[in-house]
Each structure stands twice: as structure tokens, then as C-alpha cells.
Design a protein around this ligand. Structure first.
Ligand SMILES: [Zn+2]
Length: 321
């Protein structure tokens, strides 16, 4: 049985075979009931289309691929029949992500300066603002809000409220914060480098994403596209944020591989190679700032959150990005 070529028999149940052949072989296969006891396997088996066609529009293998023993890998819902087809699909996804650069970033709105906004609200005096600005200038560091809190006795809550007005976003509470439960949503690198903090998932659909001083709409969009959850960004008061951030960074995160590619073709090669190695049941590619983020699910995800141990991330930066 050449199509079973080295794969475990149970895996072959998911192979994209013509109906009649699949039915006949399924009868011959041992452990065919394994899927009943394993909901994940059933899910995988239930992927639509017995006549699975290769998702690469330029696929040259025609009907040949139906005889190949692959049910994976899957990229963005589409199965590819060969390493060449995987590479073609990855190349298209990488191009799409790079072409979209700038569209989210350009969406800047003019923001009222924080000090002015707080003064208008009557939360600080012009004297406090002048002094804080002077100290910030003298030190050549620190944000205005920090100077207002440190030296002018302004409450941190008030500064966060003002930042919330500035960004037109809510101030998020930290109740029910459970870093271990949420660390699978975002690579540790993003929590660390971009200061994004997954705070809570509500109703299995909505992810509250906390930031300390400024939102990051580009990253929020990337996380939304990757997780399928609607992301609501908000601010968390500085001292609370820093504690929660430290707790999150010590949580367990999915396995990650970091790659620096010298060019776009090199990135495509590295990403395709990873997909061919892991043979994921699903994978997605999004861009977050200067990084391409590939996430692979070796098994289909059950529920709104991935399991930390069951997803693999690859973050690829391209030299020319
Ligand atoms: Zn193909």
C-alpha cells in the first residue's frame, strides 16, 4: 500500500483519497475506531471534502495528488499536496502580508497632548504641567505621565484615565487575570518586545489586550487575525501593568523558533520548511510590525484557546523589511 508510505495507519484515515478507494482502504485499516475515542482525530477526519484538492492554484500534479499519502500540511484552511505547493502558498501569503504594510500604520489620528488634556479636564494645574515638562526635558527621559505621578503627586489612575481618553480606549481591570491560561495566545517575544498583555477572554470570543501607555493597533490586528478572537485593546495603570507583565513573562509559552531571513525568498523557504516538518493540521501567517508570525497547530484546536504545548510559533524577520 504505497500511499501509507511510512505513516501510522491511523493517520492514513485522513488522507485525501477518492471516496471509493478511501472506503475500501478504511475497511482494511486497523484502529479505524481510534477516531471515535479521540475527538481531536474525529475533528481532523471531518475536514471537508473527500476529494480534497490542493490549495495551490498553480498546482501541477493534477489528480496525482489524490494518491499521495498526505492529509497535511494545511495553511490557512487549504491543504497542499507537495512541498513545492506548500512553498507556493507560503510565498503568496508572505507577499500578501508584505503588501499590506503601511495600511494599518497610516491610520494615525491626531491626539491631544496628554498634559493639555489633563489640564482641560481640571486634573492638573498649568503649574504642575510646566514643572513636569521641565523635569522631563531636564532628565531627557521618561514619559510626561510618569513625571506627573512621581513629582507632582498626580494619581496614576488619573494619568491612565487621561491616556484612555487620549486613545479613546477603556482602562482595563486586572481581575481574573490568569497569565498561565492566556500565554498560549501570543508569542512571548510580543509580550516582551511590544508590551502587549492578554488579560482575559470573554465568552470565548473577545480578547482584552492590555497596554501600559499606548495602544498598538498593528499588533492587535495581527493577534485578532491569528487567534480568530475579537481584540479589545485598553490601558492598564503602570504599576499594575508592570506586575502583571512580569507574571506573564514567567508563564509557559508555546514553542518558538526565531529566524532572521536575508530576503523574502529566504523567508519563504524557512517558513515552508517548518510547515513541511511539522505537518500542521492548521497554520496561519500574519505580520506584526517587522515580523512575520507563523503559527502551526499540529492538531486542530478545540475551544477558543490553543493549548500551550500544542502550538508552535515561528517568527521571521526579513532583512529588507
Ligand atoms: Zn499541489
Amino acid at each position: 500500500m504505497p500511499v501509507l508510505n511510512g505513516r501510522p495507519a491511523g493517520e492514513a484515515l485522513t488522507a485525501p483519497l477518492p471516496g471509493s478507494i478511501a472506503g475500501r482502504w478504511a475497511d482494511d485499516l486497523p484502529r479505524r475506531d481510534a477516531s471515535a475515542a479521540n475527538p481531536e482525530r474525529s475533528l481532523k477526519k471531518a475536514r471537508p471534502g473527500i476529494f480534497q484538492t490542493c490549495a495551490n492554484p498553480g498546482c501541477a500534479s493534477g489528480w496525482l495528488h489524490l494518491w499521495r499519502s498526505r492529509a497535511t500540511p494545511v495553511l490557512e484552511g487549504g491543504w497542499s499536496c507537495s512541498a513545492a505547493c506548500t512553498a507556493a502558498r507560503v510565498a503568496a501569503a508572505v507577499r500578501r502580508e508584505l503588501d499590506a504594510r503601511g495600511s494599518a500604520e497610516q491610520n494615525h489620528r491626531h491626539r491631544v497632548p496628554l498634559g493639555l488634556l489633563m489640564m482641560e479636564q481640571g486634573w492638573i494645574t498649568s503649574g504642575q504641567l510646566r514643572q513636569a515638562l521641565g523635569e522631563q526635558k531636564g532628565a531627557g527621559a521618561g514619559r510626561l505621565g510618569q513625571w506627573l505621578v512621581r513629582r507632582q503627586g498626580v494619581s496614576e489612575q488619573l494619568v491612565t484615565r487621561a491616556l484612555g481618553l487620549q486613545w479613546s480606549c477603556p482602562v482595563l481591570p486586572l481581575e481574573f487575570y490568569d497569565p498561565e491560561a492566556l500565554s498560549a495566545l501570543v508569542p512571548r517575544l510580543f509580550v516582551d518586545a511590544f508590551g502587549a498583555l492578554p488579560l482575559r477572554v470573554a465568552a470565548g470570543k473577545l480578547l482584552y489586550l492590555g497596554f501600559e501607555e499606548r495602544l498598538d493597533p498593528v499588533l492587535a490586528l495581527a493577534i485578532e487575525r491569528m487567534t480568530g478572537l475579537r481584540v479589545e485593546s485598553g490601558l492598564v495603570p503602570g504599576s499594575q501593568f508592570r506586575l502583571a507583565h512580569a507574571r506573564m513573562l514567567s508563564a509557559r509559552f508555546p514553542r518558538i523558533e526565531l529566524i532572521e531571513a536575508g530576503s523574502e525568498p529566504a523567508a519563504v523557504h524557512a517558513l515552508s520548511k517548518a510547515i513541511e516538518r511539522v505537518q500542521p493540521a492548521e497554520s496561519r501567517l500574519v505580520r506584526a510590525h517587522e515580523c512575520l508570525w507563523l503559527r502551526m497547530w499540529p492538531r486542530p484546536q478545540v475551544g477558543p484557546l490553543p493549548e500551550t504545548a500544542s502550538v508552535e510559533d515561528l517568527i521571521c524577520s526579513i532583512g529588507t523589511l
